[in-house]
Design a protein around this ligand. Structure first.
Ligand code: CA
Length: 223
């Protein structure tokens, strides 16, 4: 995997680089937001690890410009505080996951593996459910022929729900399959994502597909 790390703290950056290289990735470092945006836009990376606080251009601005330009590269945000507002603005801007500093290297590795594995494995035939159509190669989604634009993380959550349509999915199931680390620490993030999906997938349509099962989780079904 080719990974771009945008982080101005040189110690942290080289710690991340060493560890990811041990996992047989190719790692490129850059130390400010302007350079980071330029490199991330090049389309040559499988994953971008992006710090929030950066000189020249902060991480959120980099992410916004990257997504505005149409890039779908998976982005893992690094944030200095577990402040939900920060995390939610990152996710709103199209981050696929986030990690709060300081973090254990194993945790970073697990998330990197989850993000890169998904971008490799999501290949194959179209997935259909009700009037939804998912294209696993290009991560595109249509409902009733209308294209719905999703971030990579929203896509993986929807794909998981479609593959398990008709089954109640607990937050733990969802965390396990779409995030691959213990869900206790970020259970509200799943609810945030379900809300994003609801707005995009069900918002304009009379038939709702995403349903809450009180006290249990969520289910995808036609009524
Ligand atoms: Ca920083």
């Amino acid at each position: 995997m080719k990974i771009l790390v945008v982080e101005d703290e040189k110690k942290v950056a080289s710690f991340i680089k060493r560890g990811l290289e041990d996992d047989s990735n190719q790692v490129t470092l850059c130390y400010d937001g302007a350079e980071g945006l330029k490199r991330a836009s090049s389309g040559e990376f499988d994953l971008v690890i992006l710090d929030c606080m950066l000189p020249k251009k902060d991480g959120l601005a980099v992410l916004n410009e990257l997504r505005d330009a149409g890039s779908k590269v998976p982005v893992l945000m690094l944030t200095a505080k577990a402040d939900t507002t920060d995390v939610v603005s990152g996710l709103d801007a199209g981050a696929d996951d986030y990690l709060v500093k300081p973090f254990a290297f194993a945790e970073l590795q697990a998330r990197v593996r989850a993000l890169t594995r998904r971008s490799k494995q999501d290949r194959g035939a179209e997935i259909l459910f009700a009037d939804l159509r998912l294209d696993p190669v290009n991560h595109k989604v249509w409902r009733d022929q209308i294209e719905i634009v999703l971030t990579a993380k929203e896509y993986s959550l929807l794909a998981y729900m479609v593959r398990n349509a008709g089954n109640v999915l607990s937050r733990a199931n969802i965390a396990d399959n779409c995030w691959e680390y213990p869900f206790e620490t970020f259970t509200n993030i799943i609810d945030v994502y379900i809300n994003y999906l609801r707005k995009k997938v069900d918002g304009k349509f009379p038939t709702k597909l995403i349903h809450t099962v009180r006290g249990k989780g969520y289910i995808l079904k036609e009524s």
